[in-house]
Design a protein around this ligand. Sequence first.
Ligand code: XMP
Length: 517
Amino acid sequence: MQQFPHDTVIVLDFGAQYSQLIARRVREMHVYSQIVPYTITAAELKAMQIKGIIFSGGPASVRAEGSPRPDPGIYDLGIPILGICYGLQVMSIQNGGAVERPEKREYGFADLTILQKESSLLQGITDSSRLWMSHGDSVCTLPEGFSHTGSTPNCPYTVIENEAKHFYGVQFHPEVVHTTQGKTFLENFVFGVCKAEANWDMGSFVASAVAEIREKVGDRQVLCGLSGGVDSAVAAVLIHKAIGDQLVCVFVNNGLLRKGEAEMVQKLFRDNYNIRLQYADAEQAFLSALKGVTEPEAKRKIIGKVFVDTFYAEARKAGEISFLAQGTLYPDVIESKSPSGGPSATIKSHHNVGGLPEDLKWELLEPLRELFKDEVRALGRELGLPQELVNRHPFPGPGLGVRCIGEVTKERLDTLRDVDAIFIEEIRKAGLYDDIWQALACLLPVKSVGVQGDERTYEEVCSLRAVTSEDAMTADWYRFPPEVLQHAASRICNEVEGVNRVLYDITSKPPGTIEWE
Ligand code: XMP
């Protein structure tokens, strides 16, 4: 079982929508936190040598038959536990308490009444502190050895504890921002009760990740596909730091990249980092496969297939390879949950590589699988990657192929590259790049009439789009100051030959998607 090089607080996951948020809050305190499924055994947890355990909330009712229960041996480990919502309730009933369902669900704010000021969990918490509640069931009989140290008008047992055993439970959600002193509650548990040290930062992550990669890889070779995006770049630089020339990177130029991207990737990795880089210029292969194709899914399938063919042809030139590196992040790992033993390793279908061909028996190497996106960016900065790359907006695998609406030709792609570059430049000039989740330009399959000088024109139409988002699942259109759009539009029509009209897309997601295709 995994042992951690840093003081660690484990989040035992009962299926809560907030489990990730709990882990994030702990990491924000510079204490390492990882989510594990509730089915983990007490013996496995003991072997991890952790400082504390947080039971997450969960959608089930503890009163329902078959609802999740952790291994009762957990209560004998001598490790502090904080139960949140469902976590509080499951800890209560496993320790002799009882839970009932009051007539009404409680959802929203409640004010705390502190009953015992000395409680370790309540240090620095003010009376009437605002809490965020979201529960159907409530504890109605305290478990053995517990007292209640805080209550709210609709829930007497809002904060309970067994000080001797270091078990704490809260009915509210300290991890969400609506709980105004949520951070203090969690700090009281992590530092006050668990006595964890704040020793998790990107510097210490690099040191332990490098050691881990070296041990796993030994003297074998690793292959890493670069996409021009943040995750694969950070993964490659980290692995390179660990094993130097045992890393081979492959970069496929599919002809669907942004302006200057192929040059940037080669310069950065080959010249700056001295990384072995195989560059495959496959523009022709992609463009001829896409010739005459306009249907979006057909385009995606073709781009995916040509990519896989090119990538593996390149890989076969790289000599004996034992590992394929992937920039898989923590949210991907959690999403592909499997019961115990951790999630299975899946290769993202839309990422760089499809399924592995039969004859290539590679193991996966995923050095970022414990990190959230913003932590990957921080790691990139720690490794000295340029800020421009580290903060870059997401870019889809099929690239400009799904932004050239209608037929994809070299000429249209060149036009689109110029439009995109001007749009992004204007956004950067206005200092807005980092406020925006993603900004993009599309070329539409229509032409429009215009007038330039004294001449009538009949040319391409482009659409600009910028969105704000948390996770790309939903998005809202970005409200630009009008002059930014005005500058971009006027530069595009003046500087990009073949475009005479610029639109701005104000569709949110849903109903639109971020990309047009
Ligand atoms: P949509 O258009 O579905 O996009 O709202 C959501 C996010 O995913 C990106 N995207 C992709 N990323 N390969 C990728 O790596 C793809 O095939 C792909 N398609 C969409 C999109 O840019 C947005 O950030």
